[in-house]
Design a protein around this ligand. Structure first.
Ligand SMILES: Cc1cc2nc3c(=O)[nH]c(=O)nc-3n(C[C@H](O)[C@H](O)[C@H](O)COP(=O)(O)OP(=O)(O)OC[C@H]3O[C@@H](n4cnc5c(N)ncnc54)[C@H](O)[C@@H]3O)c2cc1C
Length: 816
């Protein structure tokens, strides 16, 4: 017993120090003192002596810094230099572009919640709100999505004009150039509202405000280029597109075979230095209507007209549509969502050097320019469009499920439908929080490389889930296309968002953890950078400090993960109030588990981890769900901790924890070095896997919030276009819902009388009249039932067509 007590005292002292991340010196003192005191009190002199020798043998070499550097750090530095994979230029550029925000805390194993909670609540300015209430409302009232998607395969001229005139294409352009200079939040709000009406309109507006000519010019353009293009882009006098992708370069965009050869050519009698461009691009959004084409190509100078270098690398240019030889105008047809999209080609097209963005000095810097700007657009466009669609789906599906009756009940009452409604509510809440968090990060001046990948992937994946649930709950109503169908086009559009701006499989498998691990980790990138310090003495000093910091960090994460796993994350100082504290504790636990696994995976697999995409993807999932759960908590705090939001928050949060557990379990289960996996399992899941998905009861509460007007639903569906204009079925459904609910008890009364067989009429209106006459229901109640029946009939109705009406295109035979 005395032996055990002494051992335990040393272990507890070490564990507490590791848990709280004390310095090495504090650890040594605390452990030695604990061993001495308990050893003496418990009368265990031999155990105490042996333990003290071990403790001193560990502590002394580590505390003698010179000795430690030469004998431990130096050999490890040499080994590290040998095993560290050399980063390609592309990877180096990707890692250097962008900033690290709160996601860095999630990788720390001990997130500082104050950092998150002190961030100001993101809000629209008065001017931005006025734009939402004015031009955005008006634009929504003009949209007829069936006309756009089926009849015209384009926006009608008045919508194009309105968009241009009201500077929807200039949201990111500063006011000095005539743009709106909106915050990222406002930009996101506009897209969300537009997408609640039409994916085609939202995509059309999103593209010029995302990565493309305006963004690139703002950062790298010469003054002349800015002054020429930005004011025209702001008012839609110029329509931009950006052409990177081609038949041979999709996800691997750096492999573009398109070239620009520096040459001289006589133009209008004057010898001009320029480029001979040959390119074949496809999938380019807005290309068919573009007046200026942003082009990425590889630039070569074989005759050394600019300098010594022959292969200058990826370079960006802006080609006016009038450039002779530029082939543009034909269209692709992306899944019946007919925003303008098509190929751009050219063979030996001559353009002067002035077309280079930023001029000849920026030649060869194209990839860096793209990657540096990519995160901002990616954080806004697709996550916002996805969120807008999900919010609209939540509103429409909740209302529809309450209005649509089968087996004598609103379909929302069936548990199977309730399950789908709960997913719609919970995932919409989570996605809205995620999209808001990345917009807020951009507004703080961050270039959120990792969060933008998280947001792009999860917002679009969850939009796919919600689109499927929306279709299922609506049944045939959503399958039959036509003006009355508000769900089918949203469902068709989802794969587009999944594919663009980094196709989702690659985003998950390669980018989220691949970049997150190196960027957000407090030591890894710094250790890699230490390898390039030229001064050997300085290099060893820096590496030594990082190495021992890193070892302490790893030990601390192992202890924290184990301790919080054993306590079920129920103890420890953290943020939040009586309701949310347990949530923050869970995040603390899984943050430590992620940091531990990331270190072990990288340490054991080294550069091979890059090719173990299934492992990397799962660790990326853990980081993603930690980020999303934090974003939900921040949203809840910013909204003043509304009690009515709790079912959404709880559903989203438990879903994230369940998914984190599955991801960690999958990663450990498939880790190839089995003894390491066993150890990790003991540290991460000491009491087994105890997270469970959101309960059925919780799901019922979420579904209930979607099927009746309430303030939580209003917040969830903020920025959906709800004005009950003739073109807006969802808005009109929302307007009718209170009547539908008020009619339910009357309908029950009426139904009971109907069952008793006291009426002779066989049609609904006749039966109503009889019920009123018999005093079963009042006149006002009969009117209500009539009004609701008529209103609901419109919403459950679908369209039908003559064959000729459906023949939107000439057949090949006709065309010939
Ligand atoms: C409607 C639409 C609009 C677009 N607009 C533009 C535009 O305006 N400008 C522009 O330049 N481009 C545009 N694109 C191109 C878009 O960015 C590419 O489609 C995208 O980058 C993927 O390329 P790909 O379609 O050739 O797929 P591929 O590269 O062929 O990929 C096929 C699959 O393999 C996966 N994959 C590839 N590499 C990896 C890897 N290393 N690890 C794991 N999985 C991997 C991908 O995730 C994908 O699932 C658009 C595309 C579409 C469909």
């Amino acid at each position: 017993m005395p032996v055990l007590l002494t051992l335990l005292a040393a272990l507890i002292a070490s564990g507490v120090c590791a848990y709280h991340r004390t310095s090495l010196r504090t650890w040594a003192i605390a452990t030695i003192v604990a061993t001495l005191v308990v050893g003496l009190l418990a009368h265990a002199p031999w155990t105490m002596a042996i333990l003290l020798i071990v403790e001193l043998a560990i502590a002394l070499p580590l505390l003698l810094v010179d000795f430690r550097r030469k004998q431990i750090s130096l050999p490890l530095l040499k080994l590290f230099a040998k095993v560290t994979p050399k980063l390609s230029e592309t990877e180096q550029t990707a890692l250097e572009a962008g900033t690290v925000g709160f996601e860095g805390e999630l990788f720390s194993g001990k997130p500082d919640w104050h950092e998150l909670l002190k961030q100001p609540k993101p809000e629209l300015s008065v001017e931005e709100q006025a734009f939402m209430d004015g031009p955005v409302e008006e634009l929504c009232s003009m949209i007829d999505d069936w006309q756009i998607t089926h009849e015209l395969a384009d926006l009608p001229p008045n919508v194009w004009e309105f968009i241009k005139k009201n500077r929807f294409f200039g949201m990111i352009i500063p006011k000095q150039y005539g743009g709106l200079q909106f915050s990222a939040l406002a930009h996101s709000a506009v897209l969300q509202k537009l997408n609640s009406m039409s994916a085609t309109v939202a995509s059309t507006v999103a593209v010029p405000n995302s990565l493309g000519p305006a963004e690139l010019l703002l950062h790298y353009g010469s003054d002349e280029q800015k002054n020429h293009y930005l004011p025209r882009l702001a008012v839609g006098e110029e329509i931009p597109c950006f052409a990177l992708t081609g038949p041979y370069a999709g996800s691997d965009a750096t492999s573009i075979p398109d070239v620009g050869i520096v040459c001289r050519q006589v133009v209008n009698g004057v010898e001009t230095l320029g480029l001979r461009l040959t390119f074949d691009k496809r999938y380019i959004t807005l290309a068919p209507v573009a007046t200026v084409v942003g082009l990425a190509f590889r630039m070569f100078d074989p005759d050394h007209l600019l300098g010594d270098k022959e292969d200058l690398g990826i370079t960006l240019a802006l080609l006016p549509r009038s450039t002779p030889g530029l082939e543009i105008g034909r269209r692709h047809f992306p899944l019946n969502i007919p925003f303008q999209n098509g190929p751009v080609r050219g063979k030996d097209v001559f353009a002067p050097l002035s077309v280079l963005i930023g001029g000849p000095d920026m030649a060869g810097h194209g990839w860096r320019m793209l990657v540096e700007c990519l995160s901002v657009g990616r954080a806004i466009s697709l996550p916002s469009n996805a969120t807008g669609g999900m919010r609209a789906s939540a509103l429409a599906t909740g209302a529809y499920a309450r209005m649509r009756k089968q087996f004598g009940l609103a379909v929302a009452r069936f548990e199977g439908v309730e399950e789908a409604l709960a997913r719609i509510g919970g995932l919409t809440y989570a996605t809205a929080a995620l999209s808001r968090a990345t917009a807020a990060a951009v507004d703080r001046g961050e270039k959120p490389a990792v969060p933008s990948a998280i947001a792009k992937y999860h917002a679009t994946e969850w939009a796919r889930q919600i689109a499927a649930d929306t279709m299922d709950v609506h049944g045939g109503k959503a399958v039959q296309l036509g003006p009355k169908n508000y769900a089918g086009r949203g469902w068709s559009s989802v794969p587009i968002a999944i594919t663009v701006e980094g196709a989702n499989i690659m985003t998950r498998s390669l980018m989220i953890f691949g970049q997150g691990a190196i960027r957000c980790h407090p030591y890894v990138l710094k250790e890699m950078q230490a390898l390039s310090i030229a001064d050997r003495g300085e290099q060893l000093k820096v590496f030594d400090r990082l190495l021992f910091g890193h070892i302490g960090f790893g030990i601390s994460n192992a202890v924290r993960s184990l301790a919080m796993g054993l306590s079920g994350a129920s103890i420890g100082e953290t943020a939040g109030d009586a309701y949310t504290r347990r949530y923050y504790r869970k995040l603390d636990r899984y943050s430590a588990a992620l940091a531990l696994c990331a270190d072990v995976f990288m340490g054991v697999l080294g550069g091979k981890l890059k090719f173990k995409e299934k492992l990397s993807a799962r660790l990326g999932d853990v980081l993603s769900y930690l980020y999303i759960a934090s974003a939900m908590l921040k949203q809840y705090e910013d909204n003043g901790r509304p009690e009515s939001d709790r079912p959404f928050l709880a559903w989203g949060f438990h879903q994230c924890m369940w998914l984190i557990q599955n991801a960690l379990d999958g990663a450990i289960r498939n880790f190839p070095v089995r003894p390491v996996a066993w150890l990790l399992r003991a540290l991460v899941f000491p009491l087994g896997r105890r997270e469970v998905p959101p309960s059925d009861r919780l799901g019922r509460r979420v579904a209930a919030l979607l099927t009746a007007p309430n303030e939580a639903l209003d917040r969830l569906t903020d920025w959906v276009y709800t004005t009950p204009t003739p073109n807006n079925t969802i808005g009109r459904m929302k307007a009718l819902l209170p009547d539908v609910i008020a009619a339910e008890p009357v309908d029950r009364k009426f139904g009971k009388a109907l069952k008793s067989g006291q009426f002779t009429s066989h049609d609904y209106l006749g039966q109503l009249a009889e019920a009123q006459q018999a005093g079963v229901i009042s006149e006002a109640e009969a009117d209500l039932l009539r009004r609701v029946r008529e209103g609901v009939f419109e919403f459950i109705s679908v369209d039908d067509f003559d064959t000729d009406e459906l023949r939107a295109f000439k057949t090949r035979a006709d065309a010939a």
